[in-house]
Write a protein that binds this ligand. Structure first.
Ligand code: URA
Length: 146
């Protein structure tokens, strides 16, 4: 399972997560690694598009967290990839920083979490692509072993 931040304009229009530019880049990474999007489930912290693509406020995230908890209960993932700091901080805690946490495993309630860059960050900084691919490969290797 993957958890992103919230829908952008394209996702809002299509009602699907990660179908815009960031999603297309993530699809390329999936193709490169040999992952089919049907094998995975993608959710977001917030379900409505924050105005002007700003980060969701704490109360907005809180309002959507029960929905996300139910998605996790239904999907029963063993591994969750957290895409970017909004997902990281809302799931593991505000004290976590994406720069220090990405690429490492965190365990919470029988689920293994792998934080990594949000794909939109790769659009701004090419150097993050290799780390993103590496983090996904580690997560997928693990998911195929457990
Ligand atoms: N960014 C996100 O965090 N989620 C999406 O669904 C699309 C872009």
């Amino acid at each position: 399972m993957f958890i992103g931040e919230g829908p952008g304009a394209d996702e809002d229009a299509q009602g699907e997560p990660f179908v815009g530019k960031a999603g297309q880049l993530m699809n390329k990474a999936f193709e490169y690694i040999g992952i089919n999007r049907n094998e995975i489930y993608i959710a977001n912290i917030v379900k409505c598009r924050p105005p002007n693509n700003r980060n969701p406020e704490d109360d907005e995230a809180e309002a959507c967290l029960d929905y996300l908890r139910n998605q996790v209960l239904l999907v029963k993932p063993k591994i969750i990839v957290l895409l970017g700091s909004v997902a990281l901080q809302n799931i593991l805690g505000k004290e976590f920083k994406i720069t220090a946490s990405r690429g490492k495993w965190f365990n919470k309630k029988d689920i293994k979490y792998m934080p990594t860059w949000h794909p939109a960050a790769l659009l701004r900084d090419e150097n993050k692509k290799l780390e993103f691919i590496r983090d996904l490969m580690i997560a997928f290797n693990e998911s195929r072993m457990i």
